[in-house]
Design a protein around this ligand. Structure first.
Ligand code: ZN
Length: 247
């Protein structure tokens, strides 16, 4: 339960904040029908697929290079289960309504953009784009309909890949640079929403803000790495709590 006094305090601070950082993870997309997960590309850190192969192998940059059909078969399976037509929910919409907000998300579902957030840093990439591993061809994924396995580039017949960070791959440098730049400008308020904050680049902005005396808020039904650090902890569902906070 979240008490109304705490909600009021957080809502007042947010109303006064000139520059707000929202850090989001899978928890914000739960109300869109997507499951929560851990790991850079999916679900699935530490788990095995239907054939008993570790996801960290199947969904790795190395596998995509050496046996792209194995990676793509798994990606298509994931797509069938959970990625097709997820819809924006009230949590995404609430964040998009906050002026001068920066969104740092681990989600690859593109829903912050779809909700209208303008400054979104997708640190693990986006499933909405496909691009060629050989030439500079790229296109929208269009819901991944009618793809061959693996899908091939119409320009050079190279293998196409989704615009996400696979296991063993570096984070996209442009996203890291943008994050660095935003953090240097500072924030009046930092939210951590629906993420277990296992990755240092996700937890650190919260820790830095808390140390600097900047108001910090966690929205998560479960306790996480930053639960003891934040000033306000709202144990609940982002799609319900965020609309109440932005009023
Ligand atoms: Zn190509």
């Amino acid at each position: 339960m979240v008490d109304t006094d705490t909600l009021e305090q957080v809502a007042d601070l947010l109303a006064r904040s000139q520059r707000t950082l929202f850090i989001t993870g899978a928890g914000i997309s739960v109300a869109s029908g997507l499951p929560t997960y851990r790991g850079s590309t999916g679900v699935y850190q530490g788990g095995v697929n239907e054939e008993g192969l570790p996801y960290e192998l199947v969904l790795s940059g190395d596998m995509l290079r050496s046996r792209p059909e194995i990676t793509w078969r798994e990606l298509m399976r994931m797509a069938e289960k959970r990625l097709i037509n997820p819809e924006v929910n009230a949590g995404h919409q609430a964040i998009a309504s906050v002026p001068n907000a920066v969104v740092l998300t681990q989600n690859v579902d593109g829903l912050h953009h779809a909700a209208g957030s303008e400054n979104v840093i997708e640190i693990h990439g986006n499933l909405g784009k496909l691009h060629c591993t050989v030439c500079d061809y790229g296109r929208d994924a269009n819901g991944w309909k009618n793809l061959t396995v693996p899908p091939l580039c119409p320009a050079c017949a190279g293998v196409l890949r989704p615009g996400v960070v696979l296991f063993g791959e570096a984070l996209p440098q442009d996203a890291l640079d943008r994050l660095d730049n935003e953090l240097r400008q500072g924030f009046d308020m930092v939210f951590s929403i629906g993420t277990s904050s296992l990755f240092p680049y996700i937890a650190e902005p919260v820790v830095m803000a808390a140390r600097a005396g900047v108001p910090t808020v966690e929205i998560n039904p479960e306790e996480t790495e930053v639960s003891d650090i934040v000033q306000f902890r709202l144990p609940g569902n982002a799609a319900e709590l965020l609309p109440a906070l932005v009023r």
